[in-house]
Design a protein around this ligand. Sequence first.
Ligand code: PLP
Length: 450
Amino acid sequence: MNMQATTDNLKALDQAHHFHPFTDFHDYAERGGRVFSRAEHIYIYTSDGHRMLDGMSGLWCCNLGYSQQGIVDAVTAQLQNLPYYNNFFQCSNQPAIELARALVEVTEERFNHVFFTNSGSEANDTNLRLVNRYYQLQGRPEKKLIISRNNAYHGSTIAAASLGGMKGMHEQTNGLDYVHHIDQPHWFEVAGLDETPDDFGRRVARQLEEKIDELGEANVAAFIAEPVQGAGGVIIPPDTYWPEIQRICDERDILLIADEVICGFGRTGSWFGSQTFGIRPDLMTFAKAVTNGYQPLGGVMISDKVADVLLASPGEFTHGLTYSGHPTAAAAGLATLKVLRETDIISSAAANLAPHLQSRLRELEDHPIVGQVRGRGMFAAVELVRDKSSRERLADKSAAAVFCRNTANELGLMVRQTGDAMIMAPPLVSSVAELDDLVEMLHKALDLTA
Ligand code: PLP
């Protein structure tokens, strides 16, 4: 039977036929979710007319909100001109070429090449292929072990999930056996009660050096990390962490891969998280906000150190995706970069919005169930606890989920739950008044949950 979707039966059809990512299928089939039908500025609307302030910029991607007509126009024009052609077999297209050039211009000087994918996960798979090729071309094929961190998120393909450090994903993934993990720089979760953030930052960074020694420097290819772990809970590393990691990568013969899928394009207060934290990666993963989320696009920025080796020897790099450098996605990326370069949105969010957001959020630390508020730039996490001094979490893990449901359903605010933390990343085009609304709604939701 051909069943027509109407506003009334959308939810039922969704439950009947649609398996969603990162969703309990059993639960969803019974309870269903929300169906969104439109969005404007920083607000999203369900098909039954409920309005929510989007405190997550979609899934950390709509940094410029939902009303960027310039991106819509660029995509529309591109669809009319050249809706698709591939970049395989000595072919290219103008938006992909121009986007590659624009990315080279907005990233650090040592990045002069880009490889396009459709997503962050594929970009991290690509990193593994590039790293392998880099060492194979130098006659060092044994250098293939990768070091990552517990509770990292690098995507959901088998390779990207193996790079990530999320326990639940590892349990369901028959992952790669050449990825090793060290602790995450999550002071609130991992440090002892009497350890200062600075001491903890140095100690946990030095685990990288210990792991390299344990595995043998001759076997280790690269270390991968997000400048700030986003999906893991907006984990802001102590100030001592990244300088120590950078020192180790400089002294040891391994590549540093910065996964900027969330941090890139303004989220931490600079164009890239690497700049905020003084990191000098050899490879840099991007996705999400590169098109403001309007089209799927990701990729890897490749430093001269790696590119020079790849360019020096003939022989095909046997990797690519049908939609690598898709003209329509590239047009969306170009239009997004145009907005970011021609306005002061990144610097103004860093100078005006972020300090306001961060200081208003710190007010929540007085609330009885808030153990820590942490954040940098335009993202933050509020950690829920039962006991502030012992950092004992709420025994009922679902309290955090209830919190999210309360904020979304009753108050009209979309934030996300990770473990016992509420995480948020509002658009960089929010106003101060809208950020105040967000904090007020969080406060009310805390009262409802306590
Ligand atoms: N890397 C990081 C840091 C991410 O946060 C994500 C997604 O949230 C990914 C990679 C995967 O990106 P995608 O979902 O586009 O595959």
